[in-house]
Design a protein around this ligand. Sequence first.
Ligand SMILES: Nc1ncnc2c1ncn2[C@@H]1O[C@H](COP(=O)(O)OP(=O)(O)O)[C@@H](O)[C@H]1O
Ligand SMILES: [Mg+2]
Length: 642
Amino acid sequence: MTTETKVETHAFQAEVGKLLDIVAHSLYSQKEIFLRELISNASDACDKLRYRALTEPKLIEGDPGFRITLSLDKKAKTLTVSDNGVGMDKDELTGILGTIARSGTQAFVEGLSGDGKKDKDKALSLIGQFGVGFYSAFMVADLVEVVTRKAGTENAFKWASDGRGEFTIEPATRDTRGTDVIVHLKKDEKEYLEPARIEHIVRTYSDHIGIPIVLAGDGKETAEKTLNTASAIWTRDKKDVTDEQYTEFYHHAAHAFDDPWMTLHNRVEGVVSYTNLLFIPSMRPFDLFHPDRTGQVKLYVKRVFITDNCEGLLPPYLRFVKGVVDSEDLALNVSREMMQHNPVVAKISQGLTKRIFGELKKSAEKKPEDYQTFWETFGPVLKEGLYEDGDNRERILELARFKSSERDGWISLADYVAAMKDGQDAIFYIAGEDAEAALASPQLEGFKAKGVEVLLMTDPVDEFWLSHVGVFQEKPFKSATRGGADLAKIAKAKDAEKAADDDADKADDKPAAPGMDQLIAAIKVALGDKVKDVRPSERLTDSAVCLVADDGDMDINLERLLKQHKQLDGRNLAPRILELNPDHALITKLAKLAQEKNAKDPALDDAAFLLLDQARILEGEPVIDAQAFAKRLSKLMTKGLA
Ligand SMILES: Nc1ncnc2c1ncn2[C@@H]1O[C@H](COP(=O)(O)OP(=O)(O)O)[C@@H](O)[C@H]1O
Ligand SMILES: [Mg+2]
């Protein structure tokens, strides 16, 4: 029987081709990060095997000590990164290294489509911080070979590519489990054959790796040498870890490329003991609001990596937090699935949550400006906790920041309450798609005129928590577009202050405009059940009309939001209240007409519909009947011109 050597040739997935093209032509100065990426993969492979060996100890029999070995061959001009980790079988080798496996890289490539030249510049500057994983080897290599043997199997395979569209797979030999990545260096990349240079790179980027990274000796003069500290970074004393080392670990553990906004490194001893090294990123990940987005904290048990997706380790509204938790109090043989409902995990979760809130509060107090950048990035996620986590509601309310109608910048609810007017007994807010739209709402006119502050709620999540959270410091939240906003009471309080030096100010007590009652009666008859009520408004100063929701009914903006998300079907909506501005020339004139005609005139009928339609347009809603609207408007304009 002859053993034929089967070499298979495969084409890269199109995105990989594109990525490789950019990487290969990279003039990027920080090419050295390729080594960080290869070491990071070797370390991940060891973590994976260590976990599998918990249930299948045979897998590491005879070679339980994980390590990464770097070998330099000046003659062959190769740098080899070897590990005794989990390895890959043939399918994995073909699938994983021929396609873009990690979501971050996928996003990176998607971000590149379009303007070629600009993209390339952007890409080059990103590669350094971000790394493009395994493929970054092609920045320095004209050939990369991967020889690998999966733990527990007998066969090894070799993957090889020059990075130009194709790769080959063939059977190979490897005496033990693990992977060698053989980097054939380009002509002008010989610096990566110098031991001192390699040592420097490892210390800079990979010192945090928890297993030894060994530079192999040459078998004659130089002995092998361990280059890193080789203890998991979170097990070290805080004072022995530099900011740069934390950042490098964050890049590795979180697959992130920004700098951490906050680092929380603690050892907790008690009923449950654990160490946490958590990071709050400074940038919002692109998939933060993706429904499949899960937690990003890796769970270790006694230094053994268990899972990076432990449900229940942190509440979903803290899903932006990344990092590592390591506990001695969990059994190593507990399966990943069992972790989710484990009481120890629940205890750790409570402790971590409390710690995170504590640190956020400190930051909000001590570095308010810095805190605001956090709030702008992750506030909308944190606010989900207001309805998901009753126990922490007060803490989140304290941390929440809002834009307001009266001040620039962000304010807290405590700031708001402190500035409430005499006679004001509610926290007023208005919801809208953005601050500009909310500020333009006619319902705000009366508040602005009286200097009553209104909070602008512009995140979709606001509508949901507002319906769960009734009060803050015993003050109820109240929408400015709803019910009686009690502006008169506030105004009176203001007048009372003024009354001392200005007796004549009776502005708010003036009698209703003549004919108002008849006008309201006429409009009610004309509109029937299209409105819930018609009444004079306290909140309008410039506009003639506006719509408000009755106290028990759904807020106007919530209704719009639900409609947009097709959560609401138009038929069962409560009709709105139409409010009239008694000081507006149009309303006073109509009132006069109503008085003269004793509320009966066809012109009043048309006016009623036009007023309602106008109020709807102000809300960004369509008119009820576009044809009828156009007809009435033409009629009125013709009259006006006659
Ligand atoms: N040394 C290795 N041992 C085992 N598998 C590896 C090794 N290097 C790379 N891989 C596989 O290739 C995949 C892609 O690596 P990479 O491009 O760095 O992305 P990432 O590390 O983010 O997954 C890894 O997820 C892993 O499955
Ligand atoms: Mg990687």
